[in-house]
Design a protein around this ligand. Structure first.
Ligand code: AMP
Length: 574
């Protein structure tokens, strides 16, 4: 069956292929593992574990241990250093991905190869096939807030960049976007510009110039869309000026971007400038900004679950009545599941695991803690239960703990539908209390309602545990959109404290085994500084996720937060 017809993606063929895979998930998983082990059986790593050419599930589980990134780091480092002969993969690895590293405080190296490009395209096409049934796209363009990271060579000469950068650079990415009728409206020089602020400005400008063609507004993670339109609120007069003059603002100093933009911004356009200006002046608090500026947009698309859920409110505001569709679930280590139910609001989205892109195991968890130490297979998971995802991929990761906690919400044919819960190791914990990234997000959401009554919002947030005093306490950091009165923030602080409802926390608070929660309000722009710090370490804006809990390993981020505190409040809720 032809996937592409006349350069256009045959979405029905893609959907059919997906249905077939999902109907035979168990068999496909066995075949996938067999293929991985056949390709890589002779590697130093698999030989070390005595697999001796066996490719069946039982032998694999009996011989090869479950590992974390730390266990594989020496092997990956050897590859990065140039000793690249059959260490983790049969075929040499030529590219290294840098994961965003927001959990550990520094980017991690992960092997990358063509198999990951292939599975990325499969994932994109699969969810698109289902999206397109509901919101068909015809001959459009996408305003994609995507940014390549700096690329560098490792000691051994391998190119290293973030996984998204490796994907955006690949010819298959462009071909797929074209086949999906939504090529990016910005030139490559803008995507790969070396200054993120300049790239963002030009993405916006390209979007406005091609405003009638834009049918999708997207980014990898929803954070980038919100960030872009927050910037728009400030720079729109300059964008209008550039369109009116037909000349690019002098704020853009990057030569490659300037020459690429000269091909887009070719002549003065008074009519468009007036139109955009009038629309900006006519909007009330920027509600519905996206459909006003880009009237043919069908939906807004990007990852909106997990740590991105916080941005959904703001995104809804900008999107007016447009649907928000969450993008798929994956990581630098590979993709996991596709969103094939585009009508579900982001808060309810599940991801259907594609059984041929990797071999998956699931470690049962209860309240974030391992129950048995024995993982189960993809088709053995149970609805309603929580698990940590363990991946064996085509790029040299074997029984690798991803560190993500997911919940099984149901099955699509025989493959599970997963709800993303949170990063497993991001816990606020002092003694018997235990709060996940998700618990924190819910607490912030509740307390933000108090702020919303004053027409203000939480721009971004993070937290830490402060053990420097006795007893220790939770500290929540907020950047807010205006200047709130002390009484309001005191109430927010109390509300945060009351919103951590796990019995361990509540009990400890009552007997003062955990101290009063502290809310530290930060200067505007603090989270930009946090992001700039990560980007400086090689992370890409496209993959940036604000760390929701800052541990000891994140010293530099802690310093940025500490030096930007405006005011502190202590809870009196207990
Ligand atoms: P990175 O490899 O740095 O891009 O980060 C990958 C991590 O991002 C995953 O392990 C998840 O924790 C998170 N992530 C990716 N996709 C989603 C999604 N659809 N929903 C929630 N979190 C996600």
């Amino acid at each position: 069956m032809l996937e592409k017809m006349e350069g256009k993606l045959n979405t029905e063929a893609v959907a059919e292929q997906f249905e077939l895979l999902s109907m035979n998930a168990e068999r496909v998983q066995k075949e996938t593992l067999k293929k991985i082990l056949e390709e890589n059986g002779e590697t130093e790593y698999l030989r070390k574990w005595g697999l001796n050419g066996k490719t069946d599930t039982n032998s694999y589980k009996a011989c090869v241990p479950i590992v974390t990134h730390k266990d594989l780091e020496p092997y990956i480092q050897q590859i990065a250093d140039g000793e690249n002969t059959s260490i983790l993969t049969g075929k040499p690895i030529s590219t290294i991905s840098l994961s965003s590293g927001t959990t550990q405080g520094k980017p991690k190296y992960v092997p990358f190869n063509d198999a990951l490009i292939e599975s990325t395209m499969q994932m994109y096409k699969t969810s698109y096939a289902f999206r397109n049934r509901e919101y068909p796209i015809e001959n459009g363009k996408a305003l994609q807030f995507i940014y390549g990271s700096k690329e560098f060579k490792t000691k051994g000469g391998l190119s290293a960049g973030t996984a998204t950068t490796n994907v955006y650079r690949d010819v298959e990415f462009k071909k797929t976007m074209k086949a999906m009728q939504t090529p990016c409206c910005s030139p490559d020089e803008v995507i790969f510009g070396d200054n993120f602020h300049q790239s963002l400005y030009c993405h916006l400008l390209c979007g406005l110039i091609f405003r009638d063609d834009i049918q999708v507004v997207s980014s990898t993670f929803a954070h980038s869309i919100v960030q872009a339109f927050r910037a728009f609120e400030h720079v729109w007069p300059e964008l209008v000026f550039d369109i009116r003059e037909g000349a690019l603002s002098s704020r853009i100093t990057s030569k490659p971007i300037r020459s690429a933009m000269a091909r887009v911004l070719t002549k003065p356009d008074h009519e468009l400038a007036d139109l955009i200006r009038d629309k900006c002046l006519g909007l009330s608090n920027w509600y519905g900004l996206i459909p006003e500026m880009f009237p043919n947009t069908k939906y807004v698309y990007g990852i909106m679950t997990g740590s991105m859920e916080h941005y959904c409110n703001k995104l809804r505001h900008y999107a007016g009545g447009l649907p928000l569709v969450s993008a798929d679930y994956g990581s630098s280590e590979g993709w996991i599941g596709a969103n094939v139910n585009p009508l579900l609001p982001p808060e309810m989205v599940t991801y259907v695991v594609l059984p041929n892109i990797a071999y998956f195991e699931f470690m049962p968890l209860r309240d974030g803690v391992e129950v048995s130490g024995e993982p189960v297979g993809l088709t053995e998971v149970e609805v309603g239960e929580e698990y940590e995802v363990i991946v064996t991929n085509f790029a040299g990761l074997y029984r690798y703990r991803l560190g993500d906690m997911v919940k099984v919400k149901g099955f699509h044919n025989s493959t599970p539908e997963l709800q993303y819960v949170c990063r497993k190791n991001l816990l606020l914990n002092i003694n018997i209390d235990k709060n996940t990234e998700k618990d924190l997000q819910l607490a912030v959401e509740a307390a933000a309602k108090v702020l919303a009554e004053e027409k203000m919002e939480v721009v971004d947030f993070t937290s830490c545990v402060d053990l420097s005093t006795e007893p220790g306490r939770y500290v929540v950091f907020w950047e807010i959109s205006g200047k709130a009165k002390d009484e309001v923030l005191e109430e927010c602080c109390n509300c945060l404290d009351r919103s951590f409802v796990d019995a361990g926390y509540v009990g400890s608070r009552k007997v003062n085994a955990i101290g009063a929660l502290e809310l530290r309000v930060l200067k505007g722009g603090t989270f930009h500084k946090v992001m700039d710090h990560y980007v400086g370490l090689g992370a890409a804006v496209s993959q940036f996720k604000t760390p929701r809990c800052v541990g000891k390993m994140n010293n530099k981020v802690m310093q940025i937060l500490a030096s930007n505190v405006v005011k502190c409040y202590f809870s009196t809720a207990y």
